[in-house]
Design a protein around this ligand. Sequence first.
Ligand SMILES: Cc1cc2nc3c(=O)[nH]c(=O)nc-3n(C[C@H](O)[C@H](O)[C@H](O)COP(=O)(O)OP(=O)(O)OC[C@H]3O[C@@H](n4cnc5c(N)ncnc54)[C@H](O)[C@@H]3O)c2cc1C
Ligand code: FES
Length: 286
Amino acid sequence: MRDHALESPGTVMNPMLARPVTIKKVTWETDDTFTLQFDLGELGESYSFRPGQFNMLYVFGVGESAISISSDATKSKNLMHTVRRVGVVTSALSQLKRGDTIGLRGPFGSFWPLDPAIGKDVIVAAGGIGLAPLRPLLYSLFRKRKSFGRIILLYGARSPLDLLYRVELEEWGKKENVEVLVTVDRGDSSWKGYVGVVTGLMSYLKLDARATIAYVCGPETMMRYTVDELEQRGLAEHQIYLSMERNMKCAVGFCGHCQYGPTFVCKDGPVFILPQVRELLERKEL
Ligand SMILES: Cc1cc2nc3c(=O)[nH]c(=O)nc-3n(C[C@H](O)[C@H](O)[C@H](O)COP(=O)(O)OP(=O)(O)OC[C@H]3O[C@@H](n4cnc5c(N)ncnc54)[C@H](O)[C@@H]3O)c2cc1C
Ligand code: FES
């Protein structure tokens, strides 16, 4: 993976230059997933992002990974990323402690658009780590609560121990006109909730399909089945938004690593409206 020079805060922003940020807090959400909270230092004065965008996180001497921003967009200084440890860079990120410094480039990419959902019911469907890029969207929806109808979160994880943001899930479910339905692939003796895939949760919902907007993020198989189910329930393709997390390198449309036809997942996405990526969704990783 390519190394990146560090840019001092205050110099002209170059999207290829990582800027140093310090880790303020590490919270382990599950056995393999953790949330890093950053002190942005001087960068914090100018930094802002939209729900659904991502940063490139660079561990010195190891490499860089695209990681979605998982915190509240109105609190840019309190920037958070929730990371699942899967390979080289994410394992290096998992070793970091409070006070350590990494490089950050971003924010990059498109974001979850809120306007199409105004006056409508909203489905937020998340699978696994896919809840991380949807959490800033949820904060924005809750903040403008009166602008929307029902807010329905459908969330699936592998097991009860793999559920992210457990305390928040409970709090969200207590909000007015917010429904939180959680399912796991495999329950355990303490689990009293649903068992099965996220799409199964939809059978418990009565939807007003013409007045519903859906935001979906998760493994691509989960997104395919969720899209199928939403369409069967009567949602049209312009009512469905997805985040495509394909492999990336430059994140700014230079290297072509994430290119599919005329589409660059890094700069045209990661958030797309379904008609833009229906074909891409059918294809395996680029
Ligand atoms: C826009 C975007 C947002 C993302 N947001 C998050 C997030 O919020 N949290 C999070 O934990 N991860 C997120 N990812 C995925 C993350 O970028 C990869 O898990 C990470 O780059 C893997 O790097 P690694 O060096 O640890 O793994 P590697 O050593 O490179 O690979 C380990 C395994 O992971 C697979 N892999 C590598 N990169 C990806 C990828 N991009 N997508 C799917 N599989 C991959 C490899 O095929 C291999 O099987 C996001 C990816 C994109 C493109
Ligand atoms: S990651 Fe380089 S073009 Fe998208």
